[in-house]
Design a protein around this ligand. Sequence first.
Ligand code: ZN
Length: 386
Amino acid sequence: MQDIDELTLRLERGTDEDETPLAQRLVGLCSKLSGWQWCIHGDTQEFRKRVVKWLVKKQKYVLAKRYALCGKGDLLLRHDATKVVRVKPMGCGARFCPRCSRRAGRKHLSRVASHLSASSHGSIWHMVLTQPGLQKETIQATRVRFENAWKRFYPVLRKAGLQSALATYHVKPSTKYGWHYHCHLVAEFPEGVDEETLYQGLNERWRTVVSKDVSHLDYKDLFMRHVCDAGPALEGMKDNTQLDFWSESQDQVETLLHYVIRDVLQGIESWVACMEREQDCFDFCEFMGAAKRHRTYGKWRLKVKGDDTEAKADAEERALSEATREKNKAKGDIEWSALSTVDSCLRDSRSGSIESSEALKQLIGCTNRSKGVLFRLRKLTTWLAA
Ligand SMILES: [Zn+2]
């Protein structure tokens, strides 16, 4: 580690010009995957090593180190009164990080949740708008083409009654043509819209707007699924905005909505796990660093007045300085105490620490239905216990 810092300093001062030794050490650092890092990043190590190389080439040495270490400093916190356990991420914050890209969606989840919990809602739909791919098209050109189609399509959605929406873009190299690009929409429409008419109209329009200027087309129909009917405010939505670990809600509608929104807000893990060409990884990072992945429309664009959900989520993310923590403690409002890093908790639990095992058991008691962080944590703890 000292080596890495010294090499960084020499490069920054201009004493050294060759970046290779630093790149090699940072890639080595990235290769030493801890148990917890595997849980949060999944099987994306090849991609992450390439990103580290790319960052060094772009002279972003400090970020390269943070990226390689992302998750190693994550803390396990326990609530003083309720004994509930949660993870405090010490992430790198990069948009092209498998874990941090997931967390970036949290603000949007808070925003939508705050609207749904503040007042009654219309009927909610999940849609996927897929753009046909074009051979040899760059990722930037793919985006421009999509934006042009969207500009023509959005007024049609408004005309059909769209009240609010959350849009999230997904992008990955296509095996057939250039880049696969699609947009997930969680959309709110007035009660009683006729499904058949709505679908027919929107699907036809989408086909038209993505076909403009393109002769060769591999059109994929609009995907549209009804999530829930219009209904009263969903009060429990707000308390459940963690993306990796959360407890099952009592209300079925809330649970369903959480699943849908969570799915839509997924990070980049599954797209990069199978990215084969190095140049694709570089283009992807360049693109992700500059593009906004989530957008809100209509009512959901604005914050709910007087609601502190987002502020709270932000505060939970922020790393408190020692001084602030001491001050809070003196005021008597420290609620969460750090037990240890998640990695040392995993180690301690393996060597028989009851406190660590109990803390992990609590995390594992959260809700999950598929692969992902919790799924891997379960696998890891089972393996550690064997
Ligand atoms: Zn990260």
